[in-house]
Design a protein. Structure first.
Length: 98
């Protein structure tokens, strides 16, 4: 059972990393630091978009318009961290025997 919780913790950590990478890549593209005409950059950006967008889309629908500032990745990271803390607390309680 502990291995399953470890796996969930690892997957959540990787997904948070992908969210941060997607946000940074979108900034770099928006400020013309990198060009999406490069095939590798396009493939990485497309992969990150396809992985993160399904989770970010519902948050973006709920959030009010902030004038071009997208804080949906921050909100999703906070929700994932909260869920991760709940899982870790449950694991600790199970190990102690409560």
């Amino acid at each position: 059972m502990l291995a399953i919780f470890w796996l969930i913790d690892t997957v959540v950590g990787i997904y948070i990393f992908m969210l941060i990478a997607s946000a940074i890549l979108s900034w770099l593209v928006a400020f013309n630091v990198i060009n999406t005409n490069n095939r590798f950059v396009y493939m990485v950006g497309d992969f990150l978009y396809r992985v993160t967008e399904p989770a970010l889309r519902p948050i973006r629908r709920i959030m009010p318009d902030l004038g071009g500032i997208d804080i949906s990745p921050i909100i999703l990271i906070l929700v994932l961290q909260f869920a991760n803390m709940l899982i870790q607390t449950d694991v600790r309680m199970a190990l102690v025997g409560y």
